[in-house]
Design a protein around this ligand. Structure first.
Ligand code: 3HC
Length: 692
């Protein structure tokens, strides 16, 4: 049975048993309805408690049933809510694990909610391109007030039980789930149940309309291009201005509208993509991940320090090694400054900062690291240096220690060849700033063992990262594609597009920052150095533009010199005729006739060449599945999740268009830009990536 019915004296306890997360599938909705009816009919029952069996309360509607026949069958969520809300016998939700989305909405229809201290509550529908569709926007502000409701529902955050209690979302914190829930139900029997949440109007009357206006402005900036946040604000406003029944109808209509949107489809694709990425098909079930409980990081600079913070924040002791006392002191200083900024912004408490720093140890000698489960090398991108480090690590570390490299492009097999344990060598590629960016791109060498892979894939969850496994090639999944993205941005500049147009198109599409503004931020002098190396190994049929070099020659390094592709006033970028003149000179020198670009052309040329390259990664087995590539780009490169990732988006636009662009560009760009065989085949067969 998906919902178990039991009697505790005069209280009926309905326990949902629907692993893994007690989602509100058809069987659960049927079970809940039947259980409530039974409790109401039983003369000896005076109250009803709903709780979750296993690890959690209810994770929300069953996303995998969305759009299927099952979602239309059986009782609706609203029918169950009505039964709980109108029950003459007090109803109590006893919460552990997580109460999310439709799960929290079920709890909101009970007379009271109690939770164990470790529970978390939230309405994360916004992350799926949706809004709470079972009264969440109408009941939540009635319990916790409008401001708190706006921030809870538009952020989709899961808040801890203590905060939920202080806001009024839960009525009491209990020690034991079952007995605590039953005791609270008896208390309601004795004292009388409070009125249903939907009838409590005091927190939603007389709300200043300016509150919504301000929140709309703030949210529009943060959630550029997303539909759901604005709709949520509309619904919460309706909850304050319309009678409850009308507000519920308003919410249902808004939910339906979002449900039909491409953004909802993209975000749900993305939800499953992240979870699928954790699964490595060839790792046998007998290989169970072993916990990584201690770590060392080689290099305490910007990258190494950031990686160290990731582990320390997750409660894992970390030893950072650098070459000298000065280097160590500098690294430690930067880490302390970063933490202090988080504390001053309120995103971290002083106590958590102190704890994290306590978990960090700094050394200058390999012998002083001591035994750890994992070492992450984060030195410069120099093969000889890395090989020296790995030889040294192989010498001093116990046999069981995994040796990871944070390289963003170098050959893992060559690095592993410097050790006697290539099975324990793996790429563990974090993105800068490591303590902020979510992606952990693990890279499999030819000798990397299943156990090593299982351990580093599982590690990601412990440290709050999203893991994807890549094969070993230059640039792995993400950076290999990036060359085509930034490369084509430059070719378009040379052919007549302006920096503003290219960045505007990328940003209105939803990229966190356009490719040229990004380069101005990173500093162009760094690019020039990397480009000089690339030029030496460029295939004979390819060329690079020299716009970056010309800008640097003119002292335009980017934001740090106040000018690059743009000129800067503070951080504000301003179109600069001087930069345009330099770009026009570059076009003339290259013999390229400038012309106007449409925004659509800019968009396609930015993303299609890199999608074509990604198709080659799929062909070669560098990426296991197209959706893994989406996960890499959303978490590592700021690709908008509400577009589903570059592969999902490209398939929506049409793989034939990607192919057309590749066919058009390849003769001019070189053989590496030629259409992927896989892409040609899929287009010919009229198939998408999943049928690849
Ligand atoms: N429906 C269907 N399957 C779900 C699900 C859901 N709501 N939530 C999780 N799952 C599945 C996952 O796909 C995964 O399946 P897999 O093992 O086959 O890959 C499995 O449950 C375990 O999930 P996680 O790996 O994510 O487990 P975690 O322990 O890391 O996280 C969680 C658990 C916090 C519950 C997380 O899964 C989560 O955030 N789930 C989504 C919650 C959500 O968005 N709820 C709102 C749904 S929409 C809604 O309710 C509409 C309503 O307003 C009408």
């Amino acid at each position: 049975m998906s919902v178990d019915y039991a009697i505790e004296g005069d209280v009926a306890v309905l326990t949902i048993n629907h692993p893994p997360v007690n989602a509100l599938s058809l069987v659960v909705r049927e079970g809940l309805k039947a259980g409530i009816q039974k409790g109401l009919a039983d003369q000896n029952v005076r109250a009803i408690v709903v709780l979750g069996g296993g690890r959690t309360f209810i994770a929300g509607a069953d996303i995998s049933e969305f759009g299927t026949e099952k979602s239309r069958q059986g009782p609706r969520l609203q029918d169950i809510q009505r039964a709980l809300e109108t029950s003459p016998k007090p109803t109590v939700a006893a919460i552990h694990g997580t109460a999310l989305g439709g799960g929290l909405e079920i709890a909101l229809a009970c007379h009271s909610r109690v939770a164990v201290a470790s529970a978390k509550l939230g309405l994360p529908e916004v992350k799926l391109g949706l809004l709470p569709g079972a009264g969440g926007t109408v009941r939540t502000p009635r319990l916790i007030g409008v401001e708190a409701a706006l921030s809870l529902v538009t952020s989709g955050d899961h808040i801890p039980a203590a905060k939920a209690h202080s806001l009024g979302l839960v009525d009491a914190i209990i020690d034991d789930l079952r007995s605590g829930g039953v005791a609270y139900a008896r208390k309601l029997v004795a004292e009388g149940a409070p009125p249903p949440v939907i009838e409590r109007n005091e927190k939603v009357t007389g709300v200043d309309p300016a509150l919504f206006r301000d929140f709309r402005e703030k949210t529009a900036k943060k959630s550029r291009g997303q539909l759901a946040p604005a709709k949520i604000i509309d619904c919460i406003e309706a909850a304050c201005t319309k009678p409850a029944a009308e507000a519920l109808a308003f919410e249902t209509a808004a939910f339906q509208e979002l449900f039909q949107s491409d953004q909802r489809k993209a975000l749900i694709h993305y939800f499953f993509a992240e979870r699928e990425a954790r699964k490595i098909p060839d790792i046998p079930e007998s290989v169970q991940p072993q916990k990584i409980g201690s770590v060392a990081v080689i290099g305490a600079g910007l990258m190494g320090g950031g990686i160290g913070m990731v582990f320390a924040n997750a409660g894992i002791p970390v030893t950072l090694l650098d070459v000298s006392d000065e280097a160590v002191a500098k690294g430690r200083g930067i880490i302390e400054k970063n933490y202090a900024t988080s504390v001053s912004r309120g995103s971290m408490t002083q106590a958590r900062m102190d704890d994290a720093l306590d978990r960090m140890r700094f050394v200058t000698k390999y012998e002083d690291i001591g035994p750890v489960d994992l070492v992450v090398e984060a030195a410069f991108e120099d093969m000889d240096l890395k090989k020296k480090i790995f030889t040294e690590l192989d010498r001093v570390m116990p046999d069981k220690t995994i040796l990871g490299s944070n390289t963003s492009s170098l050959n893992i097999d060559e690095i592993a060849s410097a050790t006697k344990r290539p099975d324990k060598v793996v790429g563990v590629h974090f993105f800068s700033p490591a303590n902020v960016m979510k992606l952990q791109e693990n890279v499999r060498g030819k000798a990397t063992s299943h156990q090593t892979l299982a351990d580093v894939m599982a590690l990601a969850k412990d440290i709050g990262k999203v893991a994807v496994l890549a094969g070993n090639c230059d640039g792995f999944i993400g950076n290999r594609m990036l060359q085509y993205y930034t490369g084509e941005a430059e070719f378009m500049l040379e052919e007549g597009a302006t920096p503003e147009q290219i960045d505007r198109v990328a940003e209105s599409f939803g990229m966190a920052m356009g490719p040229l503004a990004m380069r101005d931020l990173a500093g162009m002098d760094t690019s020039v150095r990397i480009r000089a190396i690339r030029r030496k190994t460029l295939p004979p049929d390819e060329r690079m533009t020299d716009i970056v070099e010309r800008l640097v020659e003119a002292g335009r390094y980017g934001q740090k010199t106040g000018k690059g592709y743009y000129r800067y006033e503070g951080r504000t970028r301003i179109a600069d005729p001087e930069a345009i003149a330099i770009i026009e000179d570059a076009s003339r020198a290259a013999g390229v006739k400038r012309r106007a670009f449409t925004d659509e052309e800019v968009l396609y040329r930015l993303f299609f060449p890199m999608v074509n390259e990604a198709a080659k990664e799929l062909e070669e087995g560098i990426a296991i599945r197209a959706s893994d590539i989406d996960v890499v780009w959303v978490n590592g490169y700021g690709f908008p999740a509400h577009r589903g990732g570059p592969m999902f988006w490209a398939e929506q636009v049409g793989l034939d268009k990607v192919l057309d662009t590749s066919r058009e560009l390849a003769p001019r760009r070189g053989v590496r830009w030629a259409p992927a065989k896989l892409l040609e085949r899929l287009v010919a067969e009229g198939k998408g990536w999943s049928k690849a």
